[in-house]
Design a protein around this ligand. Structure first.
Ligand SMILES: [Zn+2]
Ligand SMILES: [Zn+2]
Length: 114
């Protein structure tokens, strides 16, 4: 699973580092020491800065946890596309990718949405 995939990460209305509201915000994957990858809505100056976003440890933990759910959602969506291909006979039923995604899907169904 690609931890930098932000295709299923919701974009906020303000920068989560400096709080500015603007219309060119983007979702960036930020790696927090000892916690892992999380995602944040950032404005371009904050996203391009070499300085880590100023967030508390508990906030960083929340970003990491939420991003894990976003990745699961991405996996479920990918699984839907795969099932569609299986239905059309494009992928052999024993495809290990299909089996892995099916396992992810089963797990995702037992997780809270957000
Ligand atoms: Zn900012
Ligand atoms: Zn995310």
């Amino acid at each position: 699973m690609n931890a930098t995939d932000t295709s299923h990460c919701p974009r906020g209305h303000r920068c989560e580092a400096c709080g500015v509201e603007r219309d060119d915000l983007r979702v960036e994957v930020v790696v927090f020491a000892r916690l892992g990858a999380g995602c944040m809505t950032l404005c371009p100056p904050c996203a391009d800065s070499d300085v880590d976003p100023p967030v508390t440890a508990s906030t960083a933990a929340r970003f990491v946890q939420q991003h894990g759910w976003h990745l699961r959602r991405a996996a479920v969506a990918a699984d839907d596309a795969l099932i569609e291909r299986l239905r059309r006979g494009e992928t052999p039923p024993g495809d290990p990718t299909a089996l892995a995604l099916a396992a992810w899907r089963a797990e995702a169904q037992h997780r809270p949405e957000d």
